[in-house]
Design a protein around this ligand. Structure first.
Ligand code: FAS
Ligand code: PHB
Length: 386
């Protein structure tokens, strides 16, 4: 089994297959240090946390992850708590950085002799043979080839596996929002116990965190924004303005240790498989991070793919492999719809007064109707389990 990419998708797939006695080789173009320090997602769904714990890689997650039972939606300078666990049968989310998940998975794979090759860049995947798939990759200045029974393309949106599909095999559907997120990590205690999603006329702002000492915050900026235009003082001033409430809530600022811009794009490729190649995670789909679904969707794909591959390796049964893409795409489009709902509800567009009125109506409905808040809660805490 060849796996391209050592992000959450590739590493978890390798780990789950190992638990079933199925060995794999993971090829990662970057260094171990790079992938273990790349700051990305922060929220784990209920079912994802349970899967990581049940598969034996959740010890640090359980010890260090922050379990949250609600989020706050903030608009018109008012604060509205959405009691997620009360609304979603007691289920919760866990705030635990994606890079921590990656560290835990790498440690588990290497501890059990797993083959995770870093600085090994896949240059192509050949699926012309009906009975094997071949990965070409470059490592230590040498060109190498890996013959595989099956290949999992877990190499993210900018990977190469998706491009290896024969012409006309896949179709891509995408949508780009006319704004981006400027994200920061700051060495300051969070000013809130739970995540705050805020719609302000100047733009969206969000307060998340990574621990009791490290805050993670985002603000909506233009789609082509240059991060060099945003010195720390300007970021904190804009965040404080957008988070303003009538009850005087105050934002604590501190030293910014990481700063970056993330595009707000939706993308899905259909199908997510061809011949002996299966795409999982961002190589097949990306969602705007407003719904906190990116990494959770990657894990859900991998749970489906690991079960399908195990059935095939054990018995030759191809049924679950054949339905892999259809099984995943229903969930992927649910996540696309929820992420688009959260994104359009929380991000104002200049000059779009009609859209603003609709968005505020959605926010008032989501924070006053039991049916609407229950729908938001179940999608937020456990969409993959729906
Ligand atoms: P990944 O992109 O994580 O991993 C793919 C791996 O493949 C990488 O390590 C890459 O180096 C490797 N690779 C690429 N090409 C290769 C090649 N040719 N050969 C070998 N290896 C190759 N999601 C959220 O839920 N919340 C967020 O706040 C959030 N913020 C994000 C910010 C940024 C800047 C980005 C890019 C994404 C963000 N996401 C967020 C989404 C993110 O968390 C993804 O959903 C998640 O990383 C998906 O995991 P993978 O599918 O494993 O892909
Ligand atoms: C994060 O903590 O990075 C985070 C949390 C929730 C989101 C997006 C990002 O919707």
């Amino acid at each position: 089994m060849g796996i391209v990419g050592a992000g959450p998708a590739g590493l978890l797939l390798s780990h789950l297959l190992h638990l079933e006695g199925i060995e794999s080789v993971v090829l990662e173009s970057r260094s171990r240090d790079y992938v273990e320090h790349r700051v990305r997602a922060g929220v784990l769904e209920h079912g994802v946390t349970e899967l990581l714990v049940a598969s034996g890689v959740g010890e640090r997650l359980r010890a260090e992850g922050l379990v949250h039972h609600g989020i706050e939606l903030r608009f018109d300078r008012e604060r509205h708590r959405v009691p997620l666990s009360d609304l979603a049968d007691g289920r919760s989310i866990t705030v635990y950085g994606q890079q921590e998940v990656v560290k835990d998975l790498i440690a588990a794979r290497l501890a059990t002799g797993g083959a995770v090759l870093f600085d090994a860049a896949c240059t192509g995947v050949d699926t012309s043979s009906p009975s094997t798939a071949t990965i070409a990759y470059r490592v230590d200045g040498r060109d190498e080839v890996l013959e595989c029974d099956m290949v999992a393309g877990c190499d993210g949106f900018h990977g190469v596996t998706r491009a290896a599909a024969p012409a006309g095999t896949l179709r891509a559907l995408d949508h780009t929002h006319p704004f981006a997120w400027l994200g920061i990590l700051a060495s300051v205690a969070p000013s809130t116990d739970e995540l705050v999603y805020c719609r302000h006329e100047r733009g969206f702002a969000m307060h998340s965190m990574r621990s009791h000492e490290v805050s993670r915050l985002y603000l909506q900026v233009g789609p082509e924004e240059d991060v060099a235009e945003w010195p720390d003082d300007r970021i904190w001033e804009e965040l404080a303005t957008r988070f303003t409430t009538s009850d005087g809530w105050a934002l604590e600022s501190g030293p910014v240790t990481e700063k970056g811009i993330t595009a707000m794009k939706s993308f899905v490729v259909e199908p997510m498989q061809w011949r002996r190649v299966f795409l999982a995670g961002d190589s097949a789909h990306i969602v705007p991070p407003t719904g906190a679904k990116g990494m959770n969707l990657a894990v859900a794909d991998v749970r489906t793919l690991a079960a399908a591959l195990t059935a095939w390796f054990r018995t030759g049964d191809e049924a679950r492999l054949s339905s892999y893409s259809d099984d995943c795409l229903r969930r992927v489009w649910r996540a696309q719809e929820f992420s688009t709902y959260m994104t359009t509800m929380l991000h104002p567009l200049a000059g779009d007064d009609f859209g603003a009125a609709l968005a505020l109506s959605r926010l008032r409905y989501a924070t006053s109707s039991l049916a609407a808040s229950r729908s938001l809660a179940e999608n937020y805490v456990d969409l993959a389990g729906l």
